[in-house]
Write a protein that binds this ligand. Structure first.
Ligand code: IPE
Ligand code: IPE
Ligand code: MG
Length: 249
């Protein structure tokens, strides 16, 4: 029996009955982490990609089935060219380097966003990793790449309008479920928990539709310093919350 496909889950004292099915993370603060150490912002991004590994590993250990990471926004294209290029190099490295580990840990990779805007070589690495991990089932890791929620909503509206024009759909068919089905996230449940690092109290164009009832946790920790212990503390906080969805307790 191969045990590598389903390692014993380590719950870190969490209640298995109250785990979030989907955790989404706005990984922010790489630049400030580097600045504090008089390093280039790019060093911060390098260190940040190590934190990605830790969070992915922890989700897998605990048995959280969906993790979505905001890695690059549509607005991030407007950063200095050297920084954008460095981020693309890092992304490609990550995609190639983690492929084997994703196979061993039964992790499936997916993306949301305008991935056609990514450089050719990054897109190739991305497609390859998505392809080889396609059959994996323990954790769906989704990278938001060139992602913007308003852009996602625009493309959904255009697709709905096209289907109406073509007679495949009627205006009266439009409901919440239908709209969700036209978003990049159509195969992923809405996040139960949204975490943002670096203390900024904003959403920055991430999953605007999908986080309607997500629990939000903002930590001042800069992303490269974010580790398993803090992640578990946040999950414990999540388990202590009462989700009411607008109803009475
Ligand atoms: C997050 O860190 C990584 C990306 C947005 C790509 P930042 O680069 O935004 O770091 P700060 O916010 O400037 O510290
Ligand atoms: C949000 O961080 C985007 C990602 C984490 C990829 P930003 O640093 O780009 O967002 P703002 O500028 O603080 O809103
Ligand atoms: Mg930032």
């Amino acid at each position: 029996m191969s045990s590598d496909k389903s390692p014993q889950s380590d719950l870190h004292g969490l209640d298995p009955a109250k785990l979030p099915a989907h955790v989404a993370v706005i990984m922010d603060g790489n630049g400030r982490w580097a600045q504090k150490r008089l390093l280039s912002r790019i060093k911060g991004h390098e260190k940040g990609s190590e934190a990605v590994r830790t969070v992915v590993r922890t989700c897998r250990e605990i048995g959280i089935p969906h993790l979505t990471l905001y890695a690059f926004s549509t607005e991030n294209w407007q950063r200095p060219r050297a920084e954008v290029e460095a981020l693309m190099v890092l992304l490609k490295k990550f995609l190639v380097k983690e492929r084997q580990d994703m196979m061993e840990k039964n992790i499936r990779l997916g993306t949301i966003g305008q991935t056609d805007r990514l450089p050719e070589d990054v897109r190739e690495a991305l497609l390859q990793t998505i392809d080889v991990t396609r059959g994996n089932t323990a954790l769906q890791l989704t990278l938001a790449l060139s992602y913007g929620s308003r852009n996602e909503i625009c493309q959904a509206m255009r697709a709905i309008a096209a289907d109406i024009d073509a007679g495949r759909l009627q205006a009266a068919d439009i409901d919440e479920k239908l709209i969700s089905g036209y978003l990049f996230t159509r195969h992923i449940p809405d996040p139960d928990l949204l975490i943002r690092t670096s203390g900024e109290m904003r959403i920055s164009n991430f999953l605007l539709w999908q986080i309607a009832y997500s629990e939000i946790f903002i930590t001042p920790t800069l992303w490269p310093d974010f580790g398993a212990d803090e992640f578990v503390r946040i999950l414990k906080d999540f388990q202590s919350r009462q989700r009411r969805f607008g109803q009475v307790a």
